[in-house]
Design a protein around this ligand. Structure first.
Ligand code: ZN
Length: 196
């Protein structure tokens, strides 16, 4: 049970008892042509934190990823640094992006990732005020086919792994899968494990 507060919790590792880890993919500026096929072949649950300005020129692309099991969550309208900005500014970036994604895809996001992993208490309050359940950072990042660890040399149960829609999408995705499997874990859907 989470304490009753006016802020959402911030998690980079989810408290789990099962041997699972979570793949999350951010932004959406680049629509890598191999991603839909890869998702279809892998059959692995993933969470996409999408920036609405990044995806609005090709909503159908992310609709295809949804059809292969990806779940879409919020990552602001224009990807600004939120920390230190006014409540009104942050509320619009968080809440209006969730509203838009809800209109576009028929499911309003309940999870949020602050751009650059930079948030303050206003961010967490504004997120809570418009129906977001939790904000997410990460324990591992994947870039150019390489996994980088914040702690140690292996993925741990409950870890959130961050990658982006970048040119090395296929290599990054496969590297994340390999790292999860090497740790004896299975990719799971973040939305199924969020507390509260
Ligand atoms: Zn981002």
């Amino acid at each position: 049970m989470l304490p009753d507060t006016d802020e959402v919790p911030v998690l980079s590792r989810v408290p789990v008892t099962q041997p699972v880890a979570f793949i999350t993919i951010d932004d959406g500026y680049l629509k890598h042509p191999e991603a839909p096929k890869l998702f279809a072949a892998a059959g692995v649950p993933v969470t996409l934190f999408l920036t609405t300005d990044a995806v609005r020129d090709d909503l159908a692309y992310f609709g295809r990823l949804r059809a292969h099991g990806a779940v879409i969550e919020a990552h602001t309208i224009s990807h600004p640094q939120l920390r230190g900005r006014s409540a009104g500014f942050q509320r619009r970036q968080i809440c209006a992006s969730a509203d838009l994604l809800g209109e576009w895809y028929g499911r309003r996001p309940v999870l949020f990732r602050p751009p650059f992993g930079a948030q303050d208490r206003t961010t967490l309050r504004m997120a809570k005020s418009c129906g977001i359940k939790a904000a997410f950072l990460w324990k591992e990042t994947v870039h150019k086919g390489k996994v980088r660890y914040q702690e140690g040399r292996t993925v741990r149960a409950g870890d959130i792994i961050l990658m982006h829609f970048r040119p090395a999408f296929v290599e990054d995705f496969l590297a994340a899968l390999r790292a999860i499997h090497r740790a004896g874990l299975t990719p799971a859907l973040l939305e199924d494990y969020v507390p509260g």
